[in-house]
Design a protein around this ligand. Sequence first.
Ligand code: ASP
Length: 324
Amino acid sequence: MKLKLIGLIAGVALAAGSSAFAQAFPTKTITMVVPFSAGGPTDTVARLIAQSMGTDLGQQIIVENVGGAGGTIGAARVAKADPDGYTVLLHHIGMSTAPALYRKLSYNPVTDFEPVGLVTDVPMTFIARSDFPAKNFSELVTYIKANKSKVTYANAGLGAASHLCGMLFMSALDTTMTTVPYKGTGPAMNDMLGKQVDVMCDQTTNTTSQIKAGKVKVYAVTTSTRVPSLPDVPTAKEAGLPNFEVAVWHGVYAPKGTPKPVVDRLAKALQVALADANVKTRFAELGTEPVSADRATPQALGTHLKAEIAKWAPVIKAAGTFAD
Ligand code: ASP
């Protein structure tokens, strides 16, 4: 009886301690891990929201780029971080495709993380170096089919959105290209501007300014409707690939076991950031928009993640691309 009482008191003290911790959160700088290189599209999204979330939280959020292996190295880092809210992950659709792509993944996207909330859905664009011979989407298809592995396709590694888009594209055309993997599409874009790589499918958050400056050729967007900031660019469907549609959703995650009040506080800061007029304007310039507040929640991201894992597993299995 006495032991039980001590246990009860200890339990109450622990709960009170963790709720006091949660109430005080945050008392120091937070690290937001981006699992791709600096200067790329995921990094751009992270830096846009990190500043505004930090203002709401009263603490700075520092973005740390941990690129490599299609985003899985950075995700693994956060899965193993202390579950205290001071290390979070900003990752994209790759969180849902990695389990089907990697035979040995050192983390489970569902059971090793606490979802915080969805951030944005970003369209992708098919682009090529400025002197690439194809003038439109149908010429691009003809050229790739004729030249196959002589054409180089840049991506950010197996599990990246650029990998997914390329894989779907090659499978739709029933052809192949030579894949050139980078730690992120930021450095891939640098090589494309230097004309060292031919083709890429990447997010508007990385490609819009280069398209507008005429520094790369653009052939199509991957969403079902045209992107307002690129009104002259046809959708892949309009350009001749009827079932081709992919948008890159992004979410924020904390390590499993992060106290719920801390996760909720992070989610509130995310919702504030996504309602910020500057963030909205910048997102619009980059061809996207923040999700509505009801999607920037732990529950919405948790549900979405599970649905996307179920959606992509059979597609990836059919395409037959795997890594150890
Ligand atoms: N988001 C890019 C991709 O998945 C990588 C990056 O952000 O650099 O291809």
